[in-house]
Design a protein around this ligand. Structure first.
Ligand SMILES: C[S@@+](CC[C@H](N)C(=O)[O-])C[C@H]1O[C@@H](n2cnc3c(N)ncnc32)[C@H](O)[C@@H]1O
Length: 360
């Protein structure tokens, strides 16, 4: 007699069995792989930039893996892997066996181009990457990881000259294209004198004065930074229209400007300092003047967008600030006395919009 199957034994597995209605389909794990390896893409870009790949390929007839190996003294294996990786990331394209820059790498990763972005790539690699490696520590302690609060009072105080040079090249990279987009999105034609509060390298002033022929500007920043801006302004041939002022925005602001710009300033500081700075801006502006806050704005629901939300975490490892929302900025502006507050959206590396307040 054939033995009966035990009542507790599992049913034999059917070939090509499909999940039953009781076993829900799982979401794809592919997005997790992409998130977990995001740094692979970044490091490929950073290494290619460090080896000067894109500047080397600019305007040329392209390169083979063997040619790159010879030019850089690399083994052919990594040379081919680097070229393949850059092509996969949209940084190179291949035709007739040779790799060339794409429009993206040609416009932004070739040294000497007007909107060169390599300074930021370098800072992300040499400074931010290590700080982000200690993100969990920053989350636990609510303290930055790129500098020591026991030694410095803020990111802007002290630091070694190499890091400072890296920071300013990075800010200039990030800000030049953003300034162009800001100038296109926000109508500044009725203003005559811009005060760029914490204006850094002067990237905004240079771009905005190029766009608005009647505009004059002042870069207000710490004295050693104002000196960096003066050099950039001279290089741009705009010393007759842009001046620099060494000083602190924690002091009363100069009164002879009809528009103030705060680009990537308020995300560096806590709410109390920001509200006080906006009050100083209001006091210094004439009636009819305006303040423009340019930032990667977090949405009012605090669910994104990713560039702003991640920049906010970057502010955790670097500063006491965070990336704020249009609702938060609008409330502070109204409190300071500004009216007709509006948010204008645009798409740029260092800002996705501007919150504008007008002094009645
Ligand atoms: C993130 S950078 C932004 C630079 C510039 N606005 C841009 O978007 O390219 C912040 C700037 O604030 C400046 N800063 C920090 N503390 C300052 C202070 N007390 N007074 C004036 N500038 C200050 C820094 O030197 C730096 O240039």
């Amino acid at each position: 007699m054939a033995s009966q199957p035990s009542r507790t034994a599992p049913p034999a597995k059917q070939a090509n069995a499909r999940p039953s209605a009781a076993t829900p389909e799982l979401p794809s794990a592919v997005p997790l792989m992409a998130l977990s390896t995001g740094f692979w893409a970044f490091k490929t870009l950073a290494a290619a930039h460090e080896l000067d790949l894109f500047s080397r390929l600019a305007g040329g007839a392209g390169i083979t893996a063997a040619g790159l190996a010879e030019a850089l003294g690399l083994h052919p294996r990594p040379a081919e892997m680097l070229l393949t990786g850059c092509a996969a990331l949209g940084l190179l394209e291949k035709a007739d066996g040779r790799y060339r820059n794409t429009p993206l790498s040609d416009a932004y990763l070739v040294r000497g181009k007007p909107y060169y972005f390599g300074g930021f790539v370098q800072m992300a690699d040499k400074r931010l990457y290590a700080g982000w490696g200690r993100l969990a520590e920053a989350l636990r302690t609510n303290r930055p990881t790129t500098w020591d609060p026991a030694v410095q009072s803020s990111i802007f105080d002290g630091e070694d000259p190499t890091m400072l040079a890296l920071f300013w090249e990075a800010m200039h990279s990030l800000s030049t294209m953003t300034a162009r987009k800001l100038g296109e999105a926000v109508e500044l034609g009725r203003f005559r004198r811009l005060l760029d509060i914490g204006g850094g390298s002067g990237a905004y002033d240079i771009e905005l004065c190029k766009q608005y022929g009647a505009l004059r500007a002042t870069v207000l920043d710490l004295p050693h930074v104002a000196a960096i801006a003066a050099r950039k302004i001279a290089e741009a041939g705009l010393t007759d229209r842009i001046e620099t002022a060494g000083g602190s925005f924690f002091e009363p602001l100069p009164k002879d400007h009809d528009v103030h710009l705060l680009s990537m300033i308020l995300h560096d500081w806590d709410e109390a300092k920001n509200r006080a700075l906006l009050r100083r801006s209001f006091e210094a502006l004439p009636g009819g003047g305006a303040v423009v806050i340019s930032e990667l704005l977090v949405n009012d629901e605090k669910t994104g967008p990713a560039p702003a939300a991640l920049m906010s975490l970057n502010m955790l490892i670097e500063t006491e600030g965070r990336n704020y929302t249009p609702a938060e900025y609008s409330a502070w502006l109204e409190e300071a006395g500004f009216r007709h507050v509006e948010t204008v959206w645009f798409d740029a590396p260092a800002a996705n919009g501007a919150v504008i307040g007008r002094k009645p």
